[in-house]
Design a protein around this ligand. Structure first.
Ligand SMILES: [Zn+2]
Length: 479
């Protein structure tokens, strides 16, 4: 070997290591983007070669592709993974895709029956989808609740018989056998579900080595100053004694002013060996069904909020005692402007909090978080208010949710990162323009500045426009 040959050999070796083979033509090349990968820390201009649903090359030199997209000036990141996405139809997936989401999972409430959920979407979904086996829907089915999506009578207001409890546990287990991702809980919506029933299902999750995704119990009325703390203590204790990995959903909306203390509790649990994670949506209003148990009793007195804090999704009107009573009989989606700004700030600034939308639009009506969560974090809190560095925000919407799931869902090991061999679930956005457009008055508005979105190597958004007739979404299941 000549002395001059050595560097060439070295460079050639490095190119091979990055998956760059001379003369290779890739299916698609995303060229010249600012590639950001929270796992490796890569933040630099690169060309990405994609063949057969996978990233096969990441290179500083030019790549040949049958299709080449110029991403100059755009940030290219792993597609966003939304762990909390109730809207599981193509109406909702469209808004998700425009918000940069490539995987939308219904893990909080979950679904039941599970097999039908996957069957109905396979080959017909624009983004990757999946669901937990849901305690709430199983309880509704077993107890013959008449509610729509959330319980409104039997499952919310009476105790289950021993026989019914057995059926609920068996149904949830069946859902896991059918591929569900962990077990979903909305304990606040089934206040008559005793602690034993919840503990039994945590045991089941632990036996199957799967996480639980929990909207914890509502505040304890006879201990008003403690707010949500006993509810968080319940699920941390259940996780500790069973070994079930615990994910607490929308922490800021369940903890409110106590969010900093709830964060300390979760961090402490982690430091002492528990597998505990959490998430938030970036708004100071929550949303739910008005007929559900969280509005039971003397709601104003119990919560210290006012009827005028409530906004009826269908019309945008603020409620009064009279309209509250009327709509509770009727049932429907209501937005509650009740979350303190300090809760939002504490969540945004905490490195242990992922971003997840909790979104669901029905015929265009609902909370704007359904359509705007991810662009809002990037546009408002990264670019405008500089509350979170860009890479950190991306980590909390890509790598962290992938990590949360990958021990039970092997497919997640290849999502949430940009590396050779990873799934080609990618988003390219303009950091100068990215912003949410969905509002409380009109939630059905696509986010702006999300230029290209690729799911499994197929563009679902190109040049900011939706690509019709492609359904690359895959159902994600636990092993
Ligand atoms: Zn919830």
């Amino acid at each position: 070997m000549t002395p001059r040959g050595a560097p060439w050999k070295l460079i050639f070796g490095m190119l091979l290591a990055a998956g760059v083979a001379s003369g290779q033509v890739y299916d698609t090349v995303i060229a010249n983007g600012r590639v950001m990968d929270p796992e490796s820390g890569l933040d630099g201009v690169r060309n990405i070669g994609i063949t057969n649903k996978r990233i096969v090359a990441i290179s500083q030199s030019k790549l040949e592709g049958r299709k080449v997209i110029d991403a100059q000036g755009l940030v290219v990141s792993p597609g966003f993974i939304d762990l909390h996405s109730h809207g599981q139809d193509n109406e909702n997936y469209r808004y998700k895709a425009h918000d940069g989401v490539t995987t939308a999972l219904e893990l909080e409430i979950g679904v039941w029956p599970v097999a039908q959920f996957y069957q109905a979407r396979e080959g017909k979904a624009m983004v990757n989808f999946g669901a937990s086996s849901g305690h709430v829907p199983a309880r509704m089915a077993v107890m013959h609740d008449t509610g729509d999506f959330l319980p409104r009578d039997e499952a919310a207001h009476r105790l289950a018989t021993q026989e019914e409890t057995l059926s609920i546990v068996n149904d949830v287990r069946q859902g896991i056998d059918d591929g569900a991702i962990g077990i979903g809980f909305g304990i606040a919506y089934v206040p008559t579900a005793p602690r034993q029933e919840i503990l039994r299902l945590f045991q089941l999750a632990a036996e199957r080595r799967m996480p639980v995704f929990v909207h914890m119990r509502g505040g304890v009325p006879d201990e008003p100053q403690s707010g949500s703390l006993p509810a968080l203590q319940e699920v941390i204790a259940d996780a500790a004694v069973t070994g079930a990995p615990l994910h607490v959903v929308h922490l800021t909306s369940v903890c409110g002013r106590l969010t900093p203390i709830c964060l300390q509790m979760l961090q402490g649990a982690n430091q002492h060996g528990l597998d505990v994670t959490t998430e938030m949506y970036p708004y100071t209003a929550s949303a739910s069904r008005i007929e559900s148990a969280i509005y039971d009793g003397d709601w104003e007195k119990r919560t210290g909020n006012k009827f005028s804090d409530l906004q009826w999704s269908a019309t945008g009107e603020r409620l009064t005692a009279e309209t509250f009573a009327k709509y509770r009989k009727q049932g429907g989606s209501v937005i509650a402007h009740t979350l303190p700004e300090e809760a939002l700030r504490a969540g945004l600034q905490s490195p242990i909090v992922m971003f997840a939308s909790d979104g669901r639009l029905v015929e265009g009506k609902g909370h704007p978080r359904s359509a705007g969560t991810f662009a809002r974090v990037l546009g408002l809190y990264v670019r405008e208010q500089k509350v979170i560095p860009l890479m950190e925000a991306l980590r909390r919407m890509t790598l962290m949710p992938a990590h949360r799931l990958e021990s039970s869902v092997p497919a997640m090991r290849n999502k949430g990162r940009i590396k050779v061999g990873a799934d080609a679930d990618l988003v390219a956005f303009d950091l100068n323009r990215v912003i949410d457009k969905a509002t409380f008055e009109n939630a059905a508005q696509y986010s702006e500045g999300i230029e290209h979105v690729m799911v499994g190597g197929v563009f679902v958004i190109q040049n900011g426009k939706f690509v019709d007739g492609v359904f690359p979404g895959v159902g994600l299941r636990a092993k």
